[in-house]
Design a protein around this ligand. Structure first.
Ligand SMILES: Nc1nc2c(ncn2[C@@H]2O[C@H](COP(=O)(O)OP(=O)(O)OP(=O)(O)O)[C@@H](O)[C@H]2O)c(=O)[nH]1
Ligand SMILES: [Mg+2]
Length: 678
């Protein structure tokens, strides 16, 4: 069924892990009749958490798109995961949602997940509301939860409702603007009840808080407010709608996903106040040429689905659109609307609505599909760079190809991890947002692609160099049967600082080594420096000068001179004061003030060298140079030090000589590794 743009709402649910987003979505679907039973996260029966990993872990891992109808309006709901490892999914949902609902719990109120959600909504400049869920739980405290949110986010946070608690139980909800009280049946349907006597005080306080927020939205209302006049219901309603849409008001609702109470009040607001589809700040163009943006890709045993939002015109099956990024044409075959894992085939998806296309050949998440006359890519999706790396290897030797194939399929759905084959350390290194992210990818490799893998810390690519100068001989002489092999060189080894690469020179006098053997000598050295003499790491910043030697008219060959050069290398480098270099990276950590002490003392434990500090948007940015070897678990450690409030970037800058004790450790590790390989 096709909806006029004014009758479509695209909302995404976001907030702290476990606060009840998936359950709220389930309750909305049930209450509006989109589904006929109320599934539970604990039983793995919700529409939203259908993936086997989500069912097993009882958390959401990926975005899930659902829809329902309320008062003639189609509401598309994108449920996002709260766990921080999957925040790329939140970015995807926010790319197409026209407003967000931050879900909090009545027990916790404000938490890091809500703070992050708020920040992301600010960055995306999207309207928002808050739903305080789990009001049915023991120890639920709506007022405390509300106050904590308002204290953090300011007066734009306006109370819309208050729960009626009798004993320990929630028995109804008061709508503040209208001062009406309701009770709810098992399907969430409401009937009006009188406002209980003991709630009148609370109602008045909250009404004043609401009025204060409403007054902020215009000068006219501000005057009225200070004049002591009460607002009419219409005035409140209009101000709420406008304020919500221009982000100056964030209405707060409450209820329970288990009892479905309060849900209908939230949905009324979605229909009455939430914006209809828009693209950035522009209203999408209903009558223009077709254009859609892909916000998610699902790749499973049934094929590949590209989920999109139509931002101009409409999308019908059998259309041919162009992907401006690749320049290729995409033939739209079957199109669908998604209800969790269920895809329902449709003939068209109208402007502003969400849909899905199967079997697109060359399009990925973030891409635009449009009529050839437009041929313009819309903004894509920004993901945080991966910050946690591990080496991934098969449990059974020889299944490397299976890992690569599996990860490449998983990469179609998930653009937040990278895989690099490190030729130097001979490891396949996978980088993602954190340990749970990588753990989920490993489970998927096992369950979907039949390959069991293990993760190990990624080896650090150390380097070696010499600090002294030596002159050594390399002499290769072999008499075997017919004619023998003979090569003899004197080489001077010394450090240089011009280039990491080997500098090869010669100052041979009087043809003691004929010119035609120089390339063989250089080749022998280039091969040798791949393995340093201390721990087997590549040697850098080396200069080698061929100064003398001798040859035999019959027995000398390129091979023999190559060998002679490598003998000189093996003899010379240990005498030239070799040292191990370690990679140093530039770290930028962003944290709230309060964690400053912890962060600094942690950095000193990591042998970090502070480079500067600055304040940005109420956060502190600490910059430091830190050895890469100390940073492997930083993503996890920073999260636990800051409860997830901190984030960081880390980039390689240069190699530096490692402290002696560290060098010793690296040499021992290399020995152990070599012994293991034998
Ligand atoms: N009592 C009660 N429990 C709830 C309610 N909503 C959710 N829960 C429970 O809280 C737990 C987490 O709920 P979810 O809906 O999975 O929370 P979520 O926000 O989707 O979590 P993530 O997807 O991991 O971010 C589950 O065990 C739910 O059964 C509620 O309204 N009342
Ligand atoms: Mg969830």
């Amino acid at each position: 069924m096709s909806y006029a743009i004014k009758n479509i709402r695209n909302i995404c649910l976001l907030g702290h892990g476990g606060n009840g987003k998936t359950s709220l979505a389930e309750s909305i679907l049930f209450m509006t009749g989109a589904t006929d039973r109320l599934g539970k996260v604990a039983d793995g029966t919700t529409v939203s958490d259908f993936d086997s990993e989500e069912i097993r872990r009882k958390i959401s891992i990926a975005d899930s798109t659902m829809f329902c109808e309320h008062n003639g309006v189609k509401i598309n709901i994108i449920d996002t995961p709260g766990y921080f490892d999957f925040s790329g999914e939140v970015s995807q949902a926010l790319r197409v949602a026209d407003a967000g609902i931050i879900v909090c719990s009545a027990k916790d109120g404000l938490n890091v997940g809500a703070e992050k959600a708020w920040k992301m909504l600010n960055e995306a400049n999207k309207p928002r509301a808050i739903f305080i869920s789990k009001t049915d739980e023991e120890n639920a405290n709506y007022e405390k939860a509300f106050t904590s949110l308002r204290e953090k986010f300011g007066v734009s946070v306006c109370p819309m409702v208050a729960p009626i608690i009798e004993g320990e139980k929630i028995t109804g909800i008061i709508e503040i603007a209208t001062k009406k009280a309701y009770k709810f049946d098992a399907k969430g349907k409401r009937t009006e009840i009188p406002v209980p006597e003991n709630m009148k005080g609370t109602l008045n306080t909250l009404y004043n808080t609401l009025a204060e927020g409403i007054a902020e939205t215009s000068e006219e209302l501000m005057d009225k407010y200070f004049g002591g006049e009460e607002f009419t219901v219409d005035e409140i309603s209009n101000a709420l709608g406008e304020g919500l849409r221009d982000c100056s008001i964030c209405p707060v609702f409450c209820g329970s996903a288990f009892t479905s109470s309060g849900i209908s009040l939230l949905l009324d607001a979605v229909v009455n106040y939430f914006p209809y589809p828009r693209e950035g700040s522009e209203i999408v163009n209903e009558s223009g040429p077709s254009a859609a943006v892909i916000y998610k890709t699902v790749s499973d045993q049934y094929g590949k689905f590209s989920l999109f939002k139509v931002v101009s015109g409409k999308i019908t099956n059998e259309m041919t659109l162009i992907n401006p990024r690749t320049g290729t044409s995409e033939k739209i075959g079957h199109i669908y609307v998604m209800q969790g894992k269920k895809n329902i085939e449709v003939n068209e998806v109208s402007c502003g609505d969400l849909g899905a296309a199967s079997k697109l050949s060359d399009s990925k998440t973030g891409d635009t599909l449009c009529n050839p006359s437009l041929n313009k890519a819309l903004p894509g999706i920004d993901y945080a760079a991966p910050c946690y790396s591990m080496a991934i290897s098969p449990k059974i030797k020889g299944q490397e190809d299976k890992i690569a194939a599996g990860l490449s399929r998983l990469g179609e759905e998930d653009l937040t991890f990278t895989v690099v084959n490190n030729a130097e350390t001979h490891q396949l290194v996978i980088s993602g947002a954190g340990d749970i992210h990588l753990d989920v990818l490993c489970s998927k490799l096992k369950n979907k692609f039949g390959v069991e893998v293990e993760l190990n810390p990624a080896r650090v690519p150390y380097r070696e160099k010499i600090r002294g100068k030596v002159k050594v001989q390399g002499r290769h002489k072999k008499q075997s049967g017919g004619h023998g092999q003979f090569g003899d060189v004197w080489i001077e080894f010394e450090p240089q600082s011009e280039t990491e690469d080997l500098i090869f020179a010669e100052s041979v006098f009087g043809g003691s080594v004929p010119k035609n053997f120089f390339p063989a000598v250089e080749k022998g050295l280039r091969e040798s420096i791949q393995k340093g003499v201390l721990a087997g790491y590549p040697v850098v910043f080396l200069k080698a000068t061929l100064v003398d030697g001798s040859y035999h008219p019959v027995d000398s060959s390129e091979m023999a001179f190559k060998t002679a050069a490598s003998l000189a290398y093996k003899a010379g480098l240990p005498q030239a004061n070799p040292v191990i270099l370690e990679p140093i990276g530039y770290l930028k950590v962003t944290i709230p003030d309060t964690y400053m002490g912890d962060i600094m003392s942690d950095l000193s434990k990591r042998r970090g060298n502070p480079m500067g500090m600055s304040a940005h948007d109420g956060m502190q940015v600490v910059e430091a140079e830190v050895p890469m070897a100390e940073m492997s678990s930083y993503a996890i450690d920073l999260r636990s030090m800051t409860q997830g409030r901190g984030n960081f970037t880390f980039e390689f800058v240069r190699y530096e000589e490692a402290p002696m004790n560290i060098q010793q450790k690296i040499i021992e590790e290399a020995k152990a590794l070599a012994a293991e390989a034998e």
